[in-house]
Design a protein around this ligand. Structure first.
Ligand SMILES: [Mg+2]
Length: 142
């Protein structure tokens, strides 16, 4: 199994949701570096800069909210999938949107999963534990 610690990018505009993810990481003893961006635009900027300057630190896993100011999740995904250097990143949607349209759009843009909020804190911690088991199991390119 790859011992390399992968970086994770959380794209979320809601401060409480950001805190909940951080809390779930702590509860599950997940030590992967977690970078937070508050909208799709900031996230793209961060990813492109990191890819250019420190490609080894490029987050392989993205946790993505859908409803955000400036650039929402679906628009972000479209940009990501058209970017030669970023199109292969694994993205999990974490959203309150139960709309079929969003689910269809997201899976058409090759998301690895679509998780509906809100979960209770216990269930959320469990969900993050499941994600952690997934990315611990997976091999990623260096
Ligand atoms: Mg939001």
């Amino acid at each position: 199994m790859n011992e390399k610690i992968i970086n994770i990018l959380l794209i979320e505009d809601d401060e409480v949701d950001v805190m909940n993810v951080k809390r779930a990481f702590k509860k599950n003893n997940i030590t992967n570096p977690l970078v937070v961006a508050n909208n799709g635009l900031d996230a793209l900027q961060y990813l492109r800069k990191t890819q250019l300057e420190k490609p080894s630190e490029l987050p392989r896993i993205i946790l993505l909210d859908l409803n955000m100011p400036k650039m929402g999740g679906i628009e972000f995904l479209k940009e990501l999938r058209h970017d030669e250097h970023l199109k292969n990143l694994s993205v999990f949607i974490m959203t309150t949107s139960n709309e079929d349209r969003d689910k269809i759009d997201a899976y058409n843009l090759n998301v690895a999963g679509y998780i509906l909020k809100p979960l209770s804190m216990d269930r959320f911690i469990e969900a993050v534990s499941t994600l952690n088991n997934y990315w611990k199991l997976c091999e990623f390119p260096d």
